[in-house]
Design a protein around this ligand. Structure first.
Ligand code: HAM
Length: 430
């Protein structure tokens, strides 16, 4: 027997049992984002390695050990994107989108990080990201967080909290780094190997390290929000006021530093409460301000704010049953004549936007009904000799029981009976 080819560890198939839920989530995201004036961009999954080296930060986990980097046949170093923000900024600069006063853009797609796979953490994972380029008001930050909150509500997500922080700017961060470094030097023995190694280059990372020793050692560490310069302090206050005004509940978490180095001022995460469906990987979405990145990558100085949602994690928090929006009909034609009549009817039902699958195996009605059940059909449409003679079909409710006879030439009555789309559009998305 041939040897079975298997998938790569941490690279998942999204099979029909899940893909409907994903479409439901993406459909809602598109709808909500469009109401906030966002347009979609589609970005390549492969970029020049240099793009990420120059944007994410040398001492981050992503750059140190998580990139899928290879040399192509021309000898160029390429990397499968570990995140979308750097690619989006590159596209913004190359596409000269900075000629608009403010660009509001969103993207969806797979990202790649060589992480240790576990529940909620994969090597290929999907993000829905939204970025605003060209606006520095903290009210914009609050409005964008509100947009994410509206999406979470539309999806019925419960048990998540918004945590916010400010990491300051080029003016005040260096002084905070120094203060923190001074504090951590005295605790270096208690830090994990990773944090101890990068304490001089990236002391902030120790603040959100999950290792017990690092948590204890940094418990009394000086807080970043206490060392913000006046302008960052006002910006942070502006964010908190605007979130309050909009009714978006939040908590300040001054230990949240994020795993990418491009952030300035506002950072935030949406996390699922402890003990919930997500387990240890509890950040559903995260983002913040990156006011220096466009310039760093060769574009004009442009303040930016954005976030990315982890699709796999969000899907774990959304009720699967909400995703199904269209009933599935299962046509059972008993014999050749019924098949011919049925084909015309099915075409008319599909033109009305209904989902129909046809049973081609034939045989006894009992077997056909079993198959209808196994594909989770909501209604079975049965056409047999009796039906053809009477000019009707039998519509059997598979979920609630009961059946009715409907005129074979009246697909609109069938549609009204099963409660499906009659607009002629594809399956509704939420
Ligand atoms: P991030 O925090 O690295 O930020 O990722 C955002 C979200 O992607 C996380 O909160 C999580 O839900 C999901 N995620 C990250 N890594 C994995 C993984 N290995 N498996 C499954 N899900 C994962 C960024 O990527 C920034 N680009 C966000 C941003 C946009 N900042 C500004 N604009």
């Amino acid at each position: 027997m041939a040897v079975k080819v298997t998938s790569i560890r941490g690279f998942n198939d999204i099979l029909p049992a899940t893909s409907g839920l994903w479409s439901h989530i993406e459909g809602n995201a598109r709808r909500v984002f469009e109401t906030y004036g966002f347009s979609e961009v589609r970005l390549p999954v492969l970029e020049k390695t240099d793009l990420f080296l120059r944007s994410i930060g040398d001492t981050t986990d992503i750059i140190e050990k998580q990139m899928y980097t290879f040399t192509d046949l021309h000898g160029d170093s390429l990397t499968l994107r570990p995140e979308g923000t750097a690619s989006l900024v590159r596209a913004y600069i190359e596409g000269k989108l900075y000629t608009e006063p403010v660009a509001r853009l969103f993207y969806t797609g797979p990202m790649f990080r060589y992480e240790r796979p576990q529940k909620g953490r994969y090597r290929q994972f999907y993000q829905i990201g939204a970025e605003v380029l060209g606006e520095d008001s903290p009210v914009l930050d609050a409005e964008t967080i509100e947009m994410l909150w509206v999406l979470m509500n539309a999806l019925g997500v419960e048990g998540v909290v918004v945590e916010v922080n400010s990491l300051g700017c080029a003016e005040c961060r260096p002084a905070y780094k120094e203060t923190l470094l001074g504090f951590l030097r005295g605790k270096a023995d208690c830090l994990c190997e990773n944090c101890a190694r990068r304490i001089e280059t990236n002391p902030l990372r120790a603040l959100d390290c999950k290792a017990e020793g690092c948590r204890e050692a940094t418990d009394t560490a000086p807080s970043v929000v206490d060392s913000l310069c006046q302008s960052c302090s006002e910006h942070f206050k502006g964010l908190k006021d605007a979130l309050e005004q909009r009714g978006v509940p939040f908590q300040v978490n001054s230990r949240m530093v994020r795993g990418l180095d491009y952030y300035t001022r506002t950072t935030f995460e949406v996390t699922a409460r402890a003990g919930g469906a997500l387990g240890a990987q509890n950040a559903v979405a995260a983002g913040g301000r990156y006011d220096g990145l466009v310039e760093e990558l060769g574009g004009p100085a442009t303040p930016c704010f954005g976030f990315a949602i982890g699709m796999e994690r969000l899907a774990m928090l959304v009720d699967k049953t909400l995703a199904k929006s269209q009933p599935l009909l299962y046509l059972i034609p008993m014999g050749e004549k019924a098949a011919a009549v049925g084909a015309t009817l099915v075409r008319a039902l599909r033109d009305l936007g209904l989902s129909v699958v046809v049973d081609y195996r034939g045989g006894a009605l009992k077997g056909c009904m079993k198959r209808a059940d196994r594909v989770s059909a909501d209604f079975a449409l049965i056409i047999g000799d009796n039906e053809i003679e009477a000019g009707t079909l039998t519509v059997k409710n598979m979920k609630e029981g009961g059946q009715v006879n409907i005129d074979l030439r009246s697909p609109a009555i069938v549609a009204a009976h099963v409660g499906g789309a009659t607009t002629g559009t594809a399956r509704a998305e939420g």
